[in-house]
Design a protein around this ligand. Structure first.
Ligand code: NAP
Length: 260
């Protein structure tokens, strides 16, 4: 299936590993020039090389920096001032107990997982509307739909972004710009491994046993792959998905137990 994305330009934030890289790879394979960001230069360069090998006919531009800072965002935008596609992503906040979190912890989570995507939307959405095409995808979490106990910072900060997007996405769609959130359940990435480690530390189980228990508790009996996540992202970013906006698209192998 040709998604009709060839020649488009994308900024994919936090894309040197995990779900962001899955999105960048899927878009590049569809012919999209991608700017990818990440803080660690070595893993960012490695990701760029991997994407170039998979999609030799597109431009892959790594931009090192912290996307939760003004400088990091300015560098990404300088490398791609008129993106057709923006994939917002950043590391998730740490797990813990809300009794231990103060202002710095909460402001850090809100900065990374609410304010940063909103700032990048602010910098790009009007240009997209002027050009009659734009796709904005925010990587959030299944925790927005079904909160995860130890991830209170994530549950809270991401819900703020979700509420904001629900409003704005209705204002942009008539001008060809959709804004959606993709909500990952458990995907096989470094982030999942560190969350399982935290749960294991809390429960006293060893990490292998905790991982197995987690996997076995899923309807799919496995974790999702970044490739599966990227495929959904690429479709949502395509012209074929122009009638999908303001949605929270859960991708979790059936883990959320509700009918709707
Ligand atoms: P991951 O495997 O840990 O990868 C995170 C990526 O983001 C890395 O490339 C990392 O590179 C980059 N990054 C982190 N903070 C950054 C920053 N401030 N500026 C620029 N780049 C940054 O995580 P993931 O599993 O792909 O998760 C992506 C998002 O989905 C996270 O917000 C996570 O909480 C959420 N999520 C994941 C799952 C899951 O099961 N995997 C489930 C629900 C929600 P550097 O460290 O080099 O910067």
């Amino acid at each position: 299936m040709d998604l009709g994305l060839r020649g488009k330009r994308a900024i994919v934030c936090a894309a040197s590993r995990g779900l962001g890289k899955g999105c960048a790879l899927a878009l590049a394979r569809e012919g999209v020039d991608v700017v990818i960001t990440g803080r660690n230069v070595e893993s960012l360069e490695a990701a760029a090389a991997e994407i170039r090998a998979a999609a030799p006919d597109v431009a892959v531009t790594p931009v090192a920096g912290d996307i939760t800072t003004e400088e990091g965002r300015a560098a990404a935008l300088a490398a791609c001032p008129e993106p057709d596609i923006l994939v917002n992503n950043a590391g998730g906040p740490p797990p813990g107990d809300f009794r231990d979190w103060g202002r710095e912890d909460w402001f850090g989570a809100v900065n990374a997982n609410m304010f940063t995507p909103i700032e990048l939307i602010r910098s790009t959405v009007d240009g997209m509307m002027d050009r009659d095409f734009g796709r904005i995808v925010n990587i959030t979490s299944s925790a927005v739909k079904a909160p995860i106990g130890i991830l209170g910072l994530s549950n809270g900060a991401r819900s703020g972004l979700t509420g904001f997007v629900a409003g704005l996405s209705r204002e942009t769609v008539a001008r060809g710009v959709t804004i959606n959130n993709i909500l990952p359940g458990p995907f096989d990435t470094d982030r999942l491994a560190s969350n399982i480690k935290a749960t294991a530390a809390k429960s006293g189980r060893d990490i292998a046993a905790e991982t197995e228990a987690r996997r076995n508790g899923l309807p799919a009996k496995r974790f999702g792959t970044p490739e599966e996540f990227g495929a959904l992202c690429a479709f949502v970013c395509s012209p074929l998905a122009g009638y999908i906006t303001g949605q929270n698209l859960l991708i979790d192998g059936g883990a959320y137990p509700g009918t709707f």
